[in-house]
Design a protein around this ligand. Structure first.
Ligand code: PFF
Length: 454
């Protein structure tokens, strides 16, 4: 089996599906989705999110995989190869930058998850909701600790890429994904039996239609869908470039989307019933601390909760790691394919650059918050990075990918790529309409609507 840097193929379709869903399932599902549902008004956010996944993200997932497999190159190389001499390579360049930008704040949150393995195992986070919330606040206020933890996450990610990702990712995700699903199911059952679970489920499942047209909610749902599915920045394009011509791209894309969406929905079934079982819980006010404040409270009610808590944060860290690997792989693959660097040089330099960029996000929650706070915006650097990349850069990347495949490179080329070696492309007419019309129009309208309403 070849390693990723040698332009090999995944060992099998299952290997690809596991690696790609490893990229997709991460902090975005377990931390980001419930947080966004909380801030976006509950069930109405879930409905808009699902519409974005099916109508916009699934067609773009197919488009990215097709581009990668046809070009067998990183995002910049792929756009330049398919439209030589044009400026389309800039879309790939945006993806490479987004990979580094997202990883810079993602590694900070993944670092918190690492620390919580220790804190839950040793029973340091116990007590009532206030005590657990204060613990989280004090912990994130320790900037140097967050910097150190982010460094740990980034060096581990870099080490995996140095050693050849493919066999590592495939082997690790094959073990981790079933374990993660099993643990999430157990926690969901436990959460459903807590007092207050009914209120949590009602919040999660009963839509308040008054927020259906709220531009902030729609934009957040679209950004979250792109982020959760690792779309709009060439990660799926890069992973698709290692996919064998014999495999059906459509089946693979459907699997990744279905797995990712179920994991996000499942996380909501844990967080909201747990949250509502705590007196005075306000899902919209919890912000990024939701998972770090609510889950430890749930664990403290379980027999063997310390063990459960530690196991949960180990799996959350692992889910994050399979995502950081794909985030780092995009700029690394670019340096290898286009600049002809060795894998070693690419990994060392890109990891160092991302670490420097991670420092303000790590410090922004603590004593140096004042320095990294943007005047007048009132959000810390980490939140600002999340908004810029998730809510704008990824949808813009997705929009340009849809326009490129639908109108520039053209859909018949894409269909031809899917059908090479006899694989079928069910609903290809529907896909063509979605990629040519629905995706570009819907994404443009949402972006313009958001900007105007700002
Ligand atoms: N999809 C990951 C998550 O939900 O946590 C985050 C992510 C990974 C985004 C890789 C983009 C990407 F290229």
């Amino acid at each position: 089996m070849a390693t990723i840097g040698q332009r090999g193929t995944w060992s099998s379709r299952a290997g690809f599906i596991l690696a790609a869903s490893g990229s997709a399932v991460g902090l975005g599902n377990i931390w980001g989705f419930p947080t966004q549902v909380g801030q976006g008004g509950g069930a109405v956010f879930v409905l808009i999110y699902l519409a974005c996944v099916v109508l916009i993200c699934l067609p773009i997932m197919v488009a990215e995989l097709v581009l990668g497999r046809r070009a067998q190159l990183d995002p910049v190389g792929a756009f330049s190869m398919l439209r030589p001499g044009s400026s389309w390579w800039l879309v790939g360049a945006l993806g490479v930058l987004a990979g580094a930008g997202i990883l810079s704040f993602y590694s900070v949150i993944a670092g918190w998850s690492v620390a919580y393995i220790w804190y839950t195992a040793t029973g340091a986070v116990t007590g009532d909701a206030d005590a657990i919330g204060t613990f989280f606040g004090t912990f994130t206020a320790n900037g140097p600790l967050s910097v150190g933890l982010a460094l740990l996450v980034l060096t581990t990610t870099g080490a995996v890429l140095l050693g050849g990702v493919q066999s590592g990712i495939e082997r690790v995700t094959k073990l981790l994904m079933p374990a993660l699903i099993a643990l999430l199911l157990i926690l969901a059952v436990r959460a459903a039996t807590l007092p207050g679970a009914a209120a949590g489920l009602a919040y999660y499942l009963r839509p308040d239609f008054s927020r259906l047209l709220d531009p902030a909610v729609i934009n957040a749902a679209l950004g979250q869908a792109f982020f959760s599915l690792s779309l709009g920045m060439g990660a799926m394009l890069t992973y698709g470039s290692y996919l064998s011509k014999r495999e059906s791209l459509i089946t693979a894309a459907c699997w990744v989307v279905a797995l990712d969406t179920s994991m996000a929905l499942l996380a909501g079934f844990i967080i909201f019933p747990s949250g509502f079982s705590i007196e005075g819980f306000d899902p919209s006010a919890s912000g990024p601390g939701l998972i770090f404040a609510v889950l430890p409270r749930l664990f403290s009610t379980l027999p063997g909760g310390q063990l459960f808590g530690a196991a949960f944060f180990i799996l959350l860290t692992m889910a994050a790691l399979t995502s950081t690997i794909s985030l780092l792989e995009v700029p690394v693959a670019h340096c290898i394919d286009v600049h002809k660097w060795t894998r070693r040089k690419a990994v060392i330099l890109v990891t160092t650059g991302v670490f420097l960029l991670a420092i303000p996000s790590a410090l922004g929650n603590g004593a140096v918050a004042a320095l990294t706070r943007m005047p007048g915006i009132g959000v810390d650097f980490l939140t600002m990075m999340g908004t810029i990349w998730n809510n704008f850069a990824l949808p813009v990347g997705g929009l340009l990918t849809a326009v490129f495949v639908g109108w520039v490179w053209r859909v018949d080329q894409a269909i031809d790529e899917v059908e090479t070696h006899g694989a079928s492309f069910p609903a290809k007419r529907l896909w063509s309409v979605l990629i040519r019309y629905v995706c570009p129009v819907a994404i443009s309208v949402i972006i313009v609507y958001t900007i105007v309403s700002l």
